[in-house]
Design a protein around this ligand. Structure first.
Ligand SMILES: Nc1ncnc2c1ncn2[C@@H]1O[C@H](COP(=O)(O)OP(=O)(O)O)[C@@H](O)[C@H]1O
Ligand SMILES: [Mg+2]
Length: 230
């Protein structure tokens, strides 16, 4: 466990007394407070429907609380206009999904480079190649997604999520579609994102391996936090 790291005291996200009620009245979150530290892996655990994805979406400013607030690097997400939200997502947040979500007609390298092109960042190809090497897939740069295994696709997705060096990496069931060996490779990359880049890594997961490598485990039940352990 990395609880002695001094950087881990830096709070990247602060969730304060948050509820999220969906249209139709489903109370997906019912009063959640949580501080998420930089340079640490936080695992959200609990059975399907307990609110993990909802909480991740709020942490990534993809969705907003019904009551309460979420602060990202000190900024309440609800206070940001659309332009600032887009800028925040492009500069600060990376996402990894269970289903990889690579663009099928782009090569591995192009998928990784795309966020930089959308943000108008110069030197994007060199940076994309660098992070592709970091996930161990430099030799797959010219491959299309259908030519890759699931584990390789998810490692490409991790590279894409990290290419802009975000302070926050959000992963929703990142190993849910992978065999154990491939899943372990992906988890090792998420661990390294916290250790080497200082990212706050937040993972919603059912995987015992993911829970084991996390610095903090947040067990949820019925829209509430049941237990936090380090
Ligand atoms: N867009 C939505 N509209 C209405 N209800 C939703 C929506 N998304 C999720 N829910 C409901 O909110 C609850 C929490 O869902 P979710 O956050 O996806 O949980 P988990 O990721 O832990 O499976 C569930 O009851 C789910 O059915
Ligand atoms: Mg979910």
């Amino acid at each position: 466990m990395s609880t002695t790291k001094s950087v881990s005291d830096t709070i990247a996200i602060s969730v304060r007394d948050v509820t999220r009620v969906y249209d139709g009245g489903v109370e997906a979150l019912r009063g959640v407070s949580l501080d998420i530290a930089a340079a640490c892996v936080t695992a959200l655990l609990g059975r399907s429907g307990c609110g993990k994805t909802t909480l991740l979406n709020l942490c990534g400013a993809m969705d907003f609380p019904t009551t309460g607030e979420v602060l990202i690097a000190g900024h309440p997400t609800t206070a940001l206009d659309d332009a600032k939200l887009t800028a925040l997502r492009r500069s600060t947040i990376g996402f990894v999904f269970q289903s990889f979500q690579l663009l099928p007609s782009l090569t591995a390298l192009e998928n990784v480079e795309l966020p930089l092109l959308l943000a108008g960042t110069s030197g994007s190809e060199a940076r994309a190649k660098e992070i592709l090497g970091w996930v161990g897939l430099a030799e797959k740069a010219a491959s299309l997604p259908f030519q890759l295994s699931g584990g390789q696709m998810q490692r490409i997705a991790v590279a894409r999520a990290l290419v802009h060096q975000p302070g926050l990496l959000i992963a929703d069931e990142p190993t849910g579609n992978l065999d154990t060996a491939s899943g372990d490779q992906v988890l090792a990359l998420l661990r390294r994102a916290a250790d080497e880049f200082g990212a706050a890594v937040v993972i919603a997961t059912h995987s015992t391996e993911a829970a084991a490598m996390a610095d903090t485990r947040v067990r949820m039940r019925d829209g509430r936090i049941q237990e936090i352990s380090s």
